[in-house]
Design a protein around this ligand. Structure first.
Ligand code: NAP
Length: 601
């Protein structure tokens, strides 16, 4: 069957069987427990290599209007949107040494965003900045984060290299007491949590990992002091070195070609291959992207969101791999409702999926000259079971003499690490350097992780409350018993592949809540009835995508093969409808979450 052919029913049946087999080969009984966090003895892997230690500083003991936890795009956008509402004291508290979040940490060679820069970079209309590449390098994105933070004057009150350790509601003052790991204790009338979802690097829990005597680090803490070079390459320190890299997800796909350029030899330890589609990065002009007119960037990202959310649009402005595969993203985002679809829909969907995955598998064979290596690089699962990736450099790297693919699928990954390298099956690989492109722990940061205790009204601890009731919010932002606390992120709202767009809509909403509370001298706190109604809205009409994730190969999308967690976790009608709902609600109903500051509060 060729890429363009519609697969026949018996071919579909054979694919299903192959996918089932691949999944079974990969599922491990220890699920997410196979990984190690980067704490305790492994703290080295999470230490900040980009900002020198500054030593102790005087603890902060003041009162601000808004404290924002996290200085990535979520926190920056929250700060910027607060400023636009006239909020004076905004304090962003960030673990890294500067703004940027994921783009602060991820500086590995080859790092780019594979969402088009003109829709990914927020606040292009407000800053007048026009990216020059269709897909921006990480450093340009990080500098844009700094640009937005400067424009909205977010530096003076910011605390960097600082982690919030607890939030405690103080009824007497009607403020939150924010404590940090640098000894700060300050008050904030409002707190916004923007701690991100994939922020803590994780390692495979391999026997002997602590014994390796060569050099080792995680891709999100790239050690340029050792490798030399920059994110643009020139890794002269790796000349003549044997480098092992574990992981072939979105990060591995970008790093491996850069390593191949400069290292003596690269061993790529793969467990599950990514799907790698055409990248076609290129320089763009302002004219190409329609930049300049009022709100051009907003219009472009709305257009992208509509298309990748399956809403359709007259014109596809971005026209890339994401928009071309939009129809196949449905199962990735549990956010679609298609009442008009008939019973044939699933069959047509599966056929389109098979055609796309055949096209991607054919791409490997067309590029990689060694048939065995090509076969091992082919992905055998449905589209978007794992995060789709894009690169024109990845497959050609495997045609180089200094790159060896080591397939670890049959042994469920690398088996063990020794002083000198790694062992897979009967083969031992001696290495000078071992790099982990093994991703990030899911659900360990922020308020729902337990690492950040949140005590609300009457001392109630948020997680204890949610352990009994399940997470309870209105629109994902606010919770009864936890006044003036606003969550940003993906809990109980809507998501999309262009996450900065989602965060910006959330930031606008958070700032509107604060402005409304300030105007009325009120507290923000939804009633339990409003939470009940929101949970019911999320549950009604939610499409059943569980089967899809249950049949996928394991990864962080499906809790390492266990399927998605139970309970309503997203608005079922998608991000476009969700944003419209929020806008309407702000116009007509925002008063419902405002409570009088009665008594001591
Ligand atoms: P990831 O998608 O979680 O990939 C981790 C990789 O490590 C997988 O290939 C995994 O194999 C492998 N692995 C884990 N344990 C292993 C073991 N014991 N032996 C061998 N292999 C092992 O992490 P990531 O690539 O850092 O990406 C994380 C997310 O960041 C992405 O999904 C994306 O959302 C974002 N990101 C985006 C971009 C971009 O925009 N271009 C770039 C980078 C990252 P299995 O698949 O078999 O588990």
């Amino acid at each position: 069957m060729t890429a363009s052919q519609e697969p026949l029913p018996d071919e579909i049946a054979a694919l299903r069987e192959r996918y089932r087999h691949e999944r079974e080969r990969r599922v491990r009984p220890d699920g997410a427990r196979q990984y190690l966090g980067t704490e305790a003895g492994f703290g080295y892997y999470a230490a900040d290599p980009y900002t020198p230690e500054t030593g102790a500083r005087a603890p902060v003991r003041d009162t601000v209007d808004v404290a924002v936890i996290g200085g990535g795009f979520g926190g920056i956008l929250a700060g910027a949107r607060m400023r636009q509402q006239g909020v004076e004291r905004v304090r962003i508290v960030e673990k890294g040494g500067d703004f940027g979040g994921t783009w602060y940490w991820n500086r590995y060679p080859g790092v780019h965003c594979d969402i088009e820069s003109h829709v990914y970079l927020p606040m292009l209309d407000e800053t007048g900045y026009v990216p020059e590449w269709k897909y921006a390098p990480g450093d340009e994105i990080r500098r844009h984060a700094v640009r937005v933070a400067r424009k909205f004057d977010l530096y003076p009150d910011a605390l960097f290299s600082t982690a919030v350790t607890s939030l405690t509601w103080d009824d007497a003052t009607g403020t939150w007491i924010v404590a940090t790991d640098r000894g700060d204790t300050f008050h904030a009338t409002y707190v916004v949590t923007a701690t991100g979802t994939l922020s803590e690097p994780k390692l495979p829990g391999l026997p002997g990992i602590e014994t390796f005597r060569g050099h080792t680090f995680h891709t999100s803490r790239w050690d340029y002091a050792y490798t030399g070079g920059t994110p643009d390459g020139g890794l002269t320190g790796l000349a003549g070195k044997r480098v092992g890299i574990v992981g072939t997800g979105a990060t591995g796909v970008q790093v491996i070609p850069a390593l191949a350029e400069d290292a003596g030899h690269v061993y790529v330890f793969q467990r599950t291959p990514s799907s790698v589609d055409v990248r076609a990065n290129r320089r763009t002009t302002a004219e190409d992207v329609g930049a300049g007119g009022d709100g051009w960037a907003r219009a472009r990202r709305e257009n992208f969101l509509r298309i990748v959310s399956g809403e359709g649009a007259d014109q596809d402005l971005v026209a890339d791999g994401w928009t071309a595969s939009a129809a196949l993203l449905e199962k990735l985002l549990p956010s679609f409702s298609r009442p008009e679809r008939g019973p044939d829909f699933e069959a047509a969907y599966e056929a389109a999926d098979a055609a796309k995955m055949n096209e991607l598998r054919a791409r490997v064979q067309e590029t990689v000259t060694d048939p065995d290596t090509a076969g091992r690089l082919q992905p055998w699962y449905r589209y978007a079971c794992k995060r789709p990736t894009f690169s024109d450099l990845y497959y050609p790297a495997f045609n180089r003499d200094n790159v060896t693919l080591v397939d670890t699928a049959d042994t469920h990954g690398i088996e063990r690490v020794t002083e000198h390298g790694v062992v897979v099956g009967t083969a031992a690989y001696e290495l000078d350097c071992l790099i982990f492109a093994t991703g990030f722990s899911v659900g360990v940061s922020g308020i729902s992780s337990g690492r950040l205790p949140v005590h609300g009204r009457g001392g109630a601890q948020l997680l204890h409350t949610w352990a009994r009731t399940g997470p309870r919010t209105l629109h994902g932002f606010t919770s009864n018993g936890f006044p003036n606390l606003i969550h940003l992120g993906s809990l109980q709202n809507a998501s999309s592949v262009n996450f900065t767009h989602i965060l910006d809509e959330q930031a606008v909403h958070a700032a509107a809540l604060v402005a409304a509370a300030e105007a009325k001298g009120a507290l923000i706190e939804p009633s339990t009835e409003a939470e009940d109604a929101w949970i019911a809205t999320m549950t009604e009409g939610a499409p059943d995508h569980e089967w899809f994730h249950a049949e996928c190969t394991p990864g962080y999308y499906n809790r390492e093969g266990l399927g998605r967690p139970n309970g309503a976790s997203a608005y079922p009608h998608g991000a476009v409808a969700f944003h419209a709902l929020l806008e309407r609600w702000r116009e007509t109903s925002i008063g419902e979450v405002l409570r009088a500051r009665t008594g001591s509060a």
